[in-house]
Design a protein around this ligand. Structure first.
Ligand code: MN
Length: 199
């Protein structure tokens, strides 16, 4: 295989014209400390939330049309999208119209996560292994999102649908609508409108 074919960010780079968008070109990073997650509110042709978790130096990504929920009864559809570079976790700003994902991006929540799955040997099961099996459980330590969440591949292998579901733990908030109650950026405190107008 060629070097390019092994680049996990090949699709990310191919979709974008970096002369026209200020999104990071990025690269893999070496792991240090707890892995991170970010949820980016993306006011594109259709408003959605991009859920990204650090796995082996890149950000595995899903687009969640309704956003995450703190209510264990709310199963949120999460459609896999291309891997993103680690530098994308801090990206907040506007992607020009006509470019891929054109619209405004907000860092809606960010923090670290830990794996919740332990193997028969008592060791933590790597998140990449959990995802390959279509069922991962993680604990998020964000500003907004906290506690256990399950990422479950709902359809057949290769199908589009995953689900992000809050686990029933002390952090669960049944009936609480976190996306409408806490709409602004956790990085800058700005609303989508303020980010759009600043660009
Ligand atoms: Mn998006």
């Amino acid at each position: 295989m060629s070097r390019a074919a092994q680049d996990p960010l090949k699709t990310y780079k191919a979709k974008r014209d970096f002369r026209k968008t200020r999104e990071p070109l990025g690269a893999k990073r070496r792991a240090r400390g707890k892995p991170i997650f970010v949820v980016q509110k993306h006011d594109a042709s259709r408003l959605h939330y991009d859920f990204r978790i650090e796995v082996d130096g890149i950000l595995k990504s899903w687009a969640i049309p309704k956003g995450p929920s703190m209510d264990p009864r709310e199963k949120r559809l999460a459609v896999p999208t291309e891997d993103h570079p680690m530098g994308y976790a801090g990206f907040e700003g506007t992607i020009p119209e006509g470019q891929y994902g054109g619209g405004t991006v907000m860092v809606w929540d960010t923090g670290t996560y830990t794996s919740l799955k332990t193997g028969d040997d008592g060791n933590e099961v790597p998140i990449s292994e959990q995802l390959a099996k279509g069922h991962a459980t993680i604990r998020l330590e964000g500003h907004k999102l906290k506690g256990g969440f399950a990422l479950i591949r709902a359809g057949r292998i290769g199908g589009p649908g995953w689900l992000l579901v809050k686990m029933a733990d002390a952090n669960a908030r049944p009936g609480y609508d976190i996306t409408s109650s806490e709409p602004d950026s956790t990085a800058s405190g700005r609303s989508i409108e303020e980010i759009r107008e600043a660009d």
